[in-house]
Design a protein around this ligand. Structure first.
Ligand code: HEM
Length: 394
């Protein structure tokens, strides 16, 4: 029997998990350092961070599986040539590596859970990852998020140092001492154990991918096309429901984000003979504000943005309407969002040919305490929000 075959080896599952996690951790360290070197407003930074979070949580789950496997399957004994201090230092390095394999993803999870930006995590764009409990509602969450940002960055530096030590020691065993220590963890592609380990992990990944695919399919079928209704009429008593649209636009992470409210009601009473008696009012349901970005959709109902639980509606009520031409009106009124009321004005344009009315105005979201108000600058979330609406006239 060759020396190689006689060495006690880790199980196929332990070997497969070791190399899979190693590959993922090294990739995430590289991606993490690269993405944080990009400008905060760069859209690439935003999308890389979303993938980073998905793979980071995958590492957390694989690490838990690996620790359970390790506790239930005794590792093979080290060769007799290994001295006591070497056993101690390798044991300590392995312990610290396991500690960081759990600590790094958990610190990242705490960082995003406490972040005042309240950007939700949707693993691989399919499975929503909840924020860790309590953090999102804490008064000093911005400081907690900042602290764990530091912990995450410092831990990643320690992880790089430990990996260099770990890889250096393995190479030393292989090429200097030639003591077959590395052989215990080397994949033997043709061996039964490695094939079993790889098969098991490929099966698990396949099952997870299938699950993700199915969940995505179900979600796609559940997605309802947003319908927005408006009510208009010559006077409010005659008002009846018709379809309409209220859109908003703002810059998030350097990207133009367009959204629509899934439900709104408009009441229009135009009195051509006595324009001053005209009125316009609108109510927008703040829940289900819909953009093309699922992360942002998840964040908008939260306490930092619309706080849907406490403020389910935003309202506009006109205080003055001036007819400037047959097809245009100057509307002044009060807009209330999150119980803050501010005056706004806009031109309401009538399009008799298409039997429609439309208008647009811009607000500063900070005036209504919407969005990460602690964020002093607008590099992540722009202050200006453009609102435009249109609805048919009956
Ligand atoms: C073993 C898993 C992970 C590794 C190796 C890792 C590594 C890194 C690294 C090297 C950085 C750059 C740090 C810096 O120099 O500023 C980083 C940033 C970041 N990580 Fe992780 N990470 C992991 C897991 C996670 C998880 C699970 C999450 C969240 C659920 C996460 C969220 C973040 C975020 C949001 C940033 C960017 C912070 C910023 O934009 O400034 N990470 N990560």
């Amino acid at each position: 029997m060759s020396l190689k075959n006689s060495v006690a080896r880790y199980t196929g599952v332990a070997i497969a998990l070791h190399w899979l996690i190693a590959l993922l951790i090294i990739s995430l360290l590289v991606v993490g350092k690269f993405m944080t070197s990009l400008d905060e407003a760069d859209p690439l930074r935003f999308s890389l961070t979303q993938w980073h979070k998905s793979f980071g949580i995958t590492i957390l789950l694989l690490t838990v599986a690996r620790i359970i496997w390790r506790l239930s399957h005794k590792p093979p004994a080290l060769p007799d040539t290994i001295r006591g201090w070497q056993k101690f230092s390798s044991g300590l390095t392995h312990f610290l590596l396991y500690f960081l394999m759990l600590g790094l993803p958990i610190s990242g999870w705490i960082m995003v859970s406490a972040s005042p930006l309240n950007i939700s995590t949707i693993l691989f764009e399919v499975i929503p990852l909840p924020h860790l409990p309590l953090l999102a509602s804490m008064a000093n969450k911005a400081q907690i998020s900042e602290l764990f940002h530091e912990v995450h960055a410092i831990s990643s530096g320690i992880m790089i140092a430990l990996l260099l030590l770990h890889i250096g020691a393995a190479l030393m065993h292989q090429f200097v001492h030639r003591d077959l220590v590395m052989e215990r963890m080397a994949p033997h592609w043709k061996s039964k154990e490695t094939k079993e380990g790889l098969g098991l992990i490929a099966g698990c990944i396949g099952a997870v991918l299938l699950g993700l695919f199915l969940i995505n399919e179900i979600r796609m079928h559940q997605d309802v096309t947003p319908t927005v209704t408006a009510t208009s009429g010559q006077n409010q008593a005659e008002a009846k429901s018709i379809r309409s649209q209220v859109n908003f636009k703002l810059v998030l992470m350097g990207e133009d984000i367009k959204g629509t409210f899934a439900e709104s009601t408009v009441m229009l009473n135009l009195d051509m003979d006595n324009p001053a008696d005209s009125s316009l009012s609108a109510t927008v349901k703040t829940a289900n504000a819909n953009t093309s970005n699922p992360q942002i959709n998840d964040s908008l109902p939260g306490s930092d943005w619309f706080n849907v639980a406490q403020h389910p509606e935003a309202n506009f009520v006109s205080t003055e309407m001036e007819m400037t031409s047959e097809t245009s009106w100057l509307v002044t009124g009060d807009l209330t969002i999150r119980e803050t009321t501010k005056p706004v004005n806009f031109t309401l344009n009538l399009d008799p040919q298409n039997n429609a009315a439309k208008g647009a105005f811009t607000i500063n979201r900070l005036d209504y305490a919407v969005g990460a108000v602690e964020q002093a600058d607008d590099s992540i979330a722009g202050f200006n929000v453009e609102i435009e609406f249109d609805f048919p006239l009956e």
